[in-house]
Ligand binder design. Structure first.
Ligand SMILES: *[C@@H]1O[C@H](CO)[C@@H](O)[C@H](O)[C@H]1NC(C)=O
Ligand SMILES: *[C@@H]1O[C@H](CO)[C@@H](O)[C@H](O)[C@H]1NC(C)=O
Ligand SMILES: *[C@@H]1O[C@H](CO)[C@@H](O)[C@H](O)[C@H]1NC(C)=O
Ligand SMILES: *[C@@H]1O[C@H](CO)[C@@H](O)[C@H](O)[C@H]1NC(C)=O
Ligand SMILES: *[C@@H]1O[C@H](CO)[C@@H](O)[C@H](O)[C@H]1NC(C)=O
Ligand SMILES: *[C@@H]1O[C@H](CO)[C@@H](O)[C@H](O)[C@H]1NC(C)=O
Length: 627
């Protein structure tokens, strides 16, 4: 124990000397197991945190209810709320900056009326995970969201504004195929290749061919994209400067990724994407922290140490073998999956350690890089990048040259890829690669998740669900309410409920608690509540009421493309204000009261006989609940 403390002390001192630790480093293995079998419990760290956090959130919930000045939220009800504290979560969907900005506005308004402080969990995937990263970086303070993002500067250098649908690039196949046919499609390939040349109506269709043309223009031009001939006619000097800048950007990325490789870890494209994300933040806020480890940063932030922050949960999907729909989560405590085929978790500070059969062989810390985790959850963006680069290098001479320099520098060209050691196939760098796999050869579990020493993770939205909801519906978490802000791109870059249907369909395979949303389900202009009636899972647990909000044009045309990667200040503000307006249900004067009624509904149900449900709440349930 003393030794560990000493090592820790030395490392801490090193951090002080070096300023910032942003790569994995070796540590002595602790003398307790790093892997947990999740029978039907949360880990003790999360339970402990939640227990304290609930004191904070219920105090704020009481304040919120009192602030409504309604006689129905009387002392008697408050008494029960404080004894039987409602647990509240928020799920922020994918959808690139559209989702990040909408989600930020939604959170700002939640904070404005005092509900942010009532949240126990916030989950995010893809664009939604960028909000989580922002929260972790800013001590979970909503008022500081967005202020460090360089939104007016392209997210990825050399990548132009593009308007493609997420479904066009998710593994290159359409929505229904994602849901039903990935296995079939993938069997056709010896090695999985993102193939965008899909057959559509008998014609070869490549949504990204358009993109290829655009990037060529962007590189030749100034990065601004229009289709006028004038813009194509830029001087050679301009074009050269531009390529130089782009190359410089990627060389810098390369330098920041290198230390991880030097430590003996395999890297993948997502490492670059993670660093690129970090570069979008002004003033190097990421590198100004002592460590870029997610767990360090989250757990050492003052509000988390006071148990006042919601627990952030990042979501990704696993693609080992032929798997799909296997959800993994990252919390400040653990990394792993609740899916019945695994139900194992590793203590997240030790992610990347060499653990075989549950035994720790060689340990490291710092692998849980915040940028890397966020990039994993949003890795659909690096698929686009890779595809574009692949396409580009097959054409246009001067671009080939520039791109080859970049790819070579990064070390991701075909000949330069991770060496084929032993009989192993080269690891596929377009997935987010997690090696070592902490669950490798775990006793009595023999499947794709344990038979390789690596895990391939992909964008949290790649399972067609795109709302990080299932993680909030783990019965062990005992949530009473889950808010959803869905900024998916279903129709015209607006959400229309498709993703929620997908989640519920998937969930129903396990717990038949929610009514599936049939074809007759049509969204109204207002948020809806799902699962209002208390029903029980097979083991007697309840799942939360879902308060479902979609991105709509309330005060701003908020259906921007998922792949719009620059926003002016005005555009960003428009999106954020729209997100706020969504939360207020367009200033509906009864909305906050009804949210109060929905939040306390499970508590009222649990205490039936002791408290009566206020008549005004019954009206709310009538208005909001669709099942
Ligand atoms: C509740 O009453 C207080 C004090 O009378 C007032 O300041 C506040 O604005 C009221 N809140 C609402 C939501 O009506
Ligand atoms: C982005 O906005 C900042 C001010 O908010 C400004 O200083 C900077 O020049 C802008 N960058 C671009 C590329 O427009
Ligand atoms: C999507 O895939 C399904 C199943 O292969 C097919 O029936 C459908 O026509 C496809 N839709 C589009 C838009 O390509
Ligand atoms: C392209 O640029 C050259 C030199 O600046 C100019 O003479 C020519 O008119 C331009 N062509 C177009 C189509 O703008
Ligand atoms: C939602 O949009 C999809 C297209 O992405 C469409 O197929 C579906 O019918 C729409 N659903 C509703 C309820 O409008
Ligand atoms: C936004 O929605 C409108 C219809 O409401 C549609 O005409 C427009 O093309 C959409 N914009 C984008 C970028 O999808």
């Amino acid at each position: 124990m003393k030794k560990v403390a000493l090592v820790f002390y030395i490392l801490r001192s090193l951090v002080c000397v070096l300023g910032h630790l942003d790569h994995p480093y070796e540590v002595e293995c602790p003398n307790y197991p790093l892997i947990r079998e999740a029978k039907n419990e949360l880990c003790w760290e999360e339970k402990l945190y939640l227990q304290e956090n609930l004191k904070h959130t219920s105090k704020h919930l009481t304040q919120f209810l009192k602030s409504l000045n309604h006689s129905m939220f009387n002392e008697r009800i408050i008494h029960y709320i404080e004894r039987d504290r409602p647990r509240i979560g928020l799920a922020i969907s994918g959808g690139g900056y559209r989702s990040m900005l909408t989600g930020t506005g939604f959170l700002q308004e939640m904070e404005n009326i005092g509900l942010y402080n009532c949240l126990n969990y916030v989950s995010g995937l893809s664009g939604g995970s960028w909000v989580l990263m922002d929260l972790v970086l800013h001590n979970f303070e909503v008022k500081n969201l967005i202020k460090d993002w360089n939104l007016n500067d392209s997210l990825l250098r050399g990548i132009p504004e593009i308007d493609i649908k997420q479904r066009d690039i998710i593994s290159g196949i359409n929505q229904s195929e994602i849901f039903d046919g990935i296995r079939a499609v993938k069997r056709d390939y010896v090695e999985y290749e993102p193939d965008f040349n899909i057959l559509k109506n008998g014609k070869k269709f490549s949504p990204l061919l358009k993109v290829k043309e655009l990037i060529l223009q962007s590189i030749r031009g100034r990065g601004k994209l229009t289709n006028t001939p004038q813009d194509k006619n830029t001087s050679i000097i301009d074009s050269f400067k531009n390529v130089q800048q782009i190359v410089k950007f990627y060389i810098e990325l390369h330098h920041s990724v290198r230390p991880k490789r030097v430590q003996g870890f395999q890297i993948s494209f997502t490492d670059y994407w993670g660093k690129a994300l970090g570069k979008r933040l002004k003033g190097n806020i990421l590198t100004s922290k002592p460590s870029s480890s997610f767990s360090d940063m989250a757990r050492n932030s003052p509000s988390f140490m006071k148990f006042q922050a919601p627990i952030p949960v990042f979501i990704a999907n696993c693609r080992n073998g032929l798997l799909k729909n296997v959800i993994f989560e990252f919390t400040p405590f653990e990394f792993g999956s609740w899916e019945s085929m695994l139900r194992l978790f590793v203590k997240i500070p030790y992610l990347g350690s060499d653990i075989v059969g549950g035994e720790s062989l060689k340990c490291s810390k710092g692998y849980d890089d915040l940028g890397y985790i966020t990039a994993t959850s949003s890795s659909v963006f690096n698929n686009v990048l890779l595809y574009i680069w692949g396409q580009v290098s097959k054409s246009s001479k001067e671009t080939i040259k520039a791109m080859k320099i970049i790819m070579n520098t990064i070390g991701l060209t075909a000949e330069n890829q991770i060496p084929k050691n032993e009989q192993r196939q080269p690891l596929e760098t377009y997935y987010a690669l997690y090696q070592n796999n902490p669950f490798y050869k775990f006793p009595n579990i023999n499947n794709e998740l344990t038979d390789k020493d690596y895990l391939y993770l992909v964008d949290g939205g790649e399972d067609g669900e795109n709302i990080p909801l299932r993680t909030l519906l783990i019965p062990e978490r005992q949530l009473d309410v889950a808010f959803i802000i869905d900024s998916s791109s279903d129709l015209n870059n607006f959400a229309n409920g498709t993703k929620l249907k997908n989640v519920l369909k998937q969930l129903n395979k396990e717990h038949e608690v929610y009514e599936p949303l049939g074809p007759e389900f049509k969204l109204t202009d207002h948020p809806v509540a799902i699962g209002c009636e208390t029903k029980y899972t097979k083991d007697g647990k309840t799942l939360p009421i879902l308060i479902y909000n979609t991105n709509k044009d309330m005060v701003y045309p908020s259906n921007t493309s998922t792949f719009k990667i620059t926003y002016s200040e005005e555009e960003a503000l428009g999106m954020i204000n729209n997100g706020r307006q969504i939360f207020t249900d367009n200033n509906n004067p009864n909305h906050n009261k009804c949210l109060g009624c929905l939040i306390i509904k499970r508590t009222l149900d649990r205490n039936k006989g002791n408290i009566e449900i206020p008549i005004e709440c019954l009206d709310c349930y009538e208005q909001y609940c669709i099942s």
